[in-house]
Write a protein that binds this ligand. Structure first.
Ligand code: PBG
Length: 331
């Protein structure tokens, strides 16, 4: 056949494929989410096989182990004891609470690690919602402005303990701007905000809520998290977060929302993070544990897809596996 153009020429050898490859994963792209609690034991998380809820000591060791693999960012998720939970989640701003203690320990043991903290009330709130709940005439309402005040106190508490970046995952209106002002007023102008900009009301968070025992006691999160059918609305959230001073914007979940990542990529010059959430993790894990899929190949492809869509960084429970695979592939 006579053909001027043959696409297969650029796929002929591994060397050529390497030259023309458009997207690559680096260990610097990865953010490792970590679960921990006050108990002395490291506990396997039933809803997320392969993940552990660490003791403080175990957490610090895990951070060091991640660092030695090249991972430079972690995000912290605490499981709070039931008797510390309250309707307004006040424990979230306790300077000697679990999260600030963990931040200080990690900072001491692993000074180079970027420490990102989750800002939301669901681990602290007796209702399991990201904001303060009131019930009127049997109807649940999540208060916005009152919640934002508590979130500011929580962000300040994390900043005082030494967090590099706070990540509001609550989806209350106006929280990014309010947190920015609160941080700046206390002199924390260098503490960044990674905003959960387009966080969808997704069924893929189930295993995470199992890990932290943080599922809503009543109702769902649809009055604050976004409707899965909406993409234009993500741009609206993006514009607000940009105006309010977000440093990094996030799309969550990642895999089922690649179009949203791509649209945000077109609309913003800010770095974009994507969160491969617990349900995405569990789907891959389950399929691979049955031998139906090749775990390494599928994980790498799922993350590459997220990067190709436009994400600069990815939060993933596979971060340590990926870091060691990437390391070995260079050797
Ligand atoms: C809580 C929070 C959630 C996740 C991260 N922060 C759960 C939720 O919003 O219900 C989910 C992460 C995952 O599923 O891996 N604000």
């Amino acid at each position: 056949m006579e053909m001027m153009i043959r696409g297969r020429r650029n796929r002929r050898t591994a060397a050529v494929r390497g030259l023309v490859r458009e997207t690559r994963l680096h260990v610097e792209d990865l953010i490792l989410p970590l679960f921990f609690h006050i108990d002395g034991d490291d506990v396997a998380i039933e809803s997320m096989p392969g993940c552990t809820r660490w003791s403080l000591q175990g957490l610090v060791a895990e951070v060091k182990s991640a660092y030695s693999l090249g991972i430079r960012a972690v995000v912290l998720f605490p499981k709070i004891e039931e008797d510390l939970k309250s309707p307004n989640g006040a424990e979230c701003a306790n300077d000697s609470g679990l999260v600030p203690t963990a931040i200080r320990e990690i900072r001491k043991a692993c000074p180079g690690m970027c420490i990102i903290t989750d800002v939301a009330l669901d681990p602290y709130n007796s209702d399991g919602h990201d904001g303060i709940v009131v019930k009127e005439g049997g109807k649940l309402e999540i208060l916005n402005d009152e919640t934002v005040e508590v979130l500011c106190a929580q962000a300040l508490c994390h900043a005082r303990a030494g967090a590099d970046t706070v990540a509001p995952s609550d989806m209350m209106d106006g929280r990014v701007g309010a947190i920015r002002v609160a941080l700046d007023e206390e002199g924390f102008t260098g503490v960044g905000i990674m905003s959960y900009t387009a966080k969808y009301a997704s069924a893929f968070y189930g295993p995470f809520r199992g890990a932290l025992d943080s599922a809503p006691k009543e109702g769902d999160k649809k009055t604050y998290q976004m409707d899965p059918g909406n993409a234009r609305e993500a741009i609206r959230e993006l514009l607000m977060d940009e105006e309010e001073g977000a440093d990094i914007v996030m799309v969550k979940p990642a895999g089922p929302y690649l179009d949203v990542i791509a649209r945000l990529r077109d609309e913003t010059t800010l770095p974009i993070a994507a969160y491969q959430v617990s349900g995405e993790y569990l789907m891959i894990k389950s399929a691979c544990s049955g031998g139906w899929l090749d775990e390494k190949a599928v994980v790498m492809e799922s993350l590459l897809g997220i990067k190709r869509a436009g994400a600069d960084m990815i939060l993933t429970y596979f971060a340590k596996d990926v870091a060691s695979w990437l390391k070995n592939s260079l050797e």
